[in-house]
Design a protein around this ligand. Structure first.
Ligand SMILES: Nc1ncnc2c1ncn2[C@@H]1O[C@H](COP(=O)(O)OP(=O)(O)O)[C@@H](O)[C@H]1O
Ligand SMILES: [Mg+2]
Length: 282
């Protein structure tokens, strides 16, 4: 790696800087999907913030509207009310401001792993030799060294996820939105990926908004967690996660961690039951 590439990687290891405008502010976002005779209210007055260099998670029941919020942040869907601001600028309804990893890896089968990883930069017209070297440096770092010229179908699910993740990581946009990136993985691979993402994020300190169903994963990775209600989603709770960085996996055995996990699980269970039309068990 050249000095300038090293600097580019190190540039990102700045701790969170609250004096800068937030990487993302969603304020009062509401959305209903309307058909001819019916209307489905999906988001109800969502307000959330990701400061520069923060890792923020959303947990909430399935079908509550989390992915819809990502589509609004990414400018694919227009909100009925509310605004999306990035770095202090109103970008509501505008595309191209976030780097996005959807739930499925969505790699192009005809492109090599390296070309998949470089896709977002290519779209922005920024692929030169330096970008290729940087991509190879990261591929190597995530255990995909030697697979640069391989095609996605020859890789395991976990490897494809890592490639999709790298594509988001190397996108030039500052804010990464990751929509349940590990949900398709088995427990063991998932725990590997969590450890891997934790280390990587602590080194790169990108601003991240992360959707997950997994409470332990959210507590392990996040600075802050927004708990969404069932549909229409509203912000039920905001939890600041107090554990210092760099975090080690053994924090999951800490009594404060166990206490937080219990609270979050309780809220999630209540919401899930409400959505299924049951009264919460006491
Ligand atoms: N384009 C759309 N048109 C109509 N309904 C939609 C559309 N996108 C999502 N929905 C509905 O909105 C609700 C929330 O979906 P989604 O945001 O995917 O939830 P989550 O990601 O929390 O599981 C679901 O009931 C879904 O069917
Ligand atoms: Mg979803």
């Amino acid at each position: 790696m050249t000095i300038s590439e090293q600097a580019r990687v190190e540039d990102r290891s700045i701790p969170s800087q609250p004096e800068l405008p937030p990487a993302l502010e969603a304020a009062g976002v509401s959305k209903a999907f309307r058909a001819k005779r019916s209307s489905l209210q999906v988001l109800d007055d969502i307000t959330l913030t990701v400061n520069q260099g923060e890792f923020v998670s959303i947990v909430g029941p399935s079908g509550s509207g989390k992915s819809t919020l990502f589509h609004i942040i990414g400018g694919l869907v227009k909100p009925d009310a509310g605004t999306v601001r990035m770095n202090g600028k109103d970008v509501t309804g505008e595309q191209g401001h976030i780097s996005y990893m959807p739930q499925q890896p969505a790699l192009f089968p005809w492109r090599t792993i390296e070309d998949n990883v470089l896709l977002s930069q290519e779209v922005q017209g920024r692929v030169d030799q330096e970008a290729r070297e940087n991509a190879r440096y990261w591929l190597d770092k995530v255990g995909l060294g030697g697979f640069e010229k391989a095609h996605p179908h020859t890789l395991s699910g976990g490897m494809q996820q890592r490639a999709a993740f790298l594509r988001a990581l190397l996108s030039p946009q500052e804010l990464m939105c990751l929509d349940e990136p590990f949900s398709a993985l088995d427990a063991l691979t998932r725990s590997d990926m969590q450890r891997w993402l934790l280390n990587l994020w602590e080194e790169s300190r990108r601003s991240v908004l992360f959707i997950t169903h997994n409470i332990e994963e959210a507590l392990l990775l996040s600075n802050r967690i927004y708990v969404f209600s069932g549909r229409p989603a509203s912000v039920l709770q905001v939890v600041d996660v107090p554990f210092p960085r760099p975090r080690r996996e053994d924090i999951i055995e800490h009594s404060d961690f166990i206490q937080l996990r219990r609270e979050l699980s309780g809220w999630m269970r209540d919401e899930q039951q409400k959505m299924q039309g049951h009264r919460p068990l006491k």
